[in-house]
Design a protein around this ligand. Structure first.
Ligand SMILES: Cc1cc2nc3c(=O)[nH]c(=O)nc-3n(C[C@H](O)[C@H](O)[C@H](O)COP(=O)(O)O)c2cc1C
Length: 207
């Protein structure tokens, strides 16, 4: 992928290709991923380069990513489980959910922790930093979709809690925004279809 940001507009780009990419970006469930198929370092660089071009108020660039592959996925599994144990009332505790948390990270080739790094000077409102990270994730997801790589954004409640923040060594003001499961689709997987309601029903034009 070429992320040249030289001067000059992109007017004239193939709008048809871009709209297709946007509409065909899909969440690919980890169960549909081939966990053993490696993702090259070159491709990771391209994905994070795409993320890095997200809009960012005040150029704070608040996105931070930690990639867990191979054995380190067990750290995520354990952190999810211990957060669930610590933060769930006994009456609400579901053993099957606990088990799943221990297994899910191994369904994908890699799990990426998504973090919003709070600007120490609080230059812009927190919500804008969260928005910027979401834009970065969308960029990454679009770039992944363009090469057929599966991505799934997962945000179980525990990923927002204190226990998981401790696991990620978050500092004051930082926030975990969930996990991205990343992996090549299993051979033969049909790229999923989705639907949206009418775009224009969510828009008001004022004369
Ligand atoms: C911030 C965010 C968090 C999400 N968390 C979850 C989640 O915890 N579980 C889940 O099944 N999907 C989650 N999703 C993915 C949505 O389910 C998915 O985007 C939606 O079904 C539309 O499918 P598509 O992405 O293929 O268009 C999340 C998406 C976003 C933007």
């Amino acid at each position: 992928m070429n992320f040249s940001a030289e001067a000059g507009s992109v007017r004239g780009m193939q709008m048809e290709e871009i709209s297709k990419l946007i509409a065909k970006r899909r969440s690919i469930k980890p169960a549909l991923m081939d966990a053993d198929r490696e993702i090259s370092l070159d491709l990771w660089h391209s994905l994070f380069e795409a993320a890095n071009w997200a809009p960012t108020h005040g150029l704070t660039e608040p996105w931070r990513f930690t990639v867990y592959s191979g054995d380190s996925r067990s750290e995520v599994a354990k952190a999810l489980q211990s957060a669930y144990k610590a933060e769930t009332a006994e009456s609400e505790f579901r053993p099957e959910k606990f088990e799943k948390m221990g297994k899910n990270p191994f369904l994908a080739n890699s799990v990426v922790a998504l973090v919003m790094k709070r600007d120490p000077k609080g230059k812009v409102p927190e919500i804008e930093e969260v928005e910027a990270v979401a834009c970065a994730v969308q960029n990454l997801h679009l770039a992944a979709s363009a090469v057929g790589l599966g991505v799934f954004w997962s945000s179980p409640a525990v990923t927002y809690g204190e226990s998981f923040a401790g696991f990620l060594n978050l500092e004051e003001g930082d926030k975990c925004l969930g996990l991205l499961y990343v992996g090549w689709p299993k051979e033969g997987m049909e790229w999923p279809v989705s639907k949206r309601t009418d775009a224009m029903a969510k828009v008001v034009f004022k004369p």
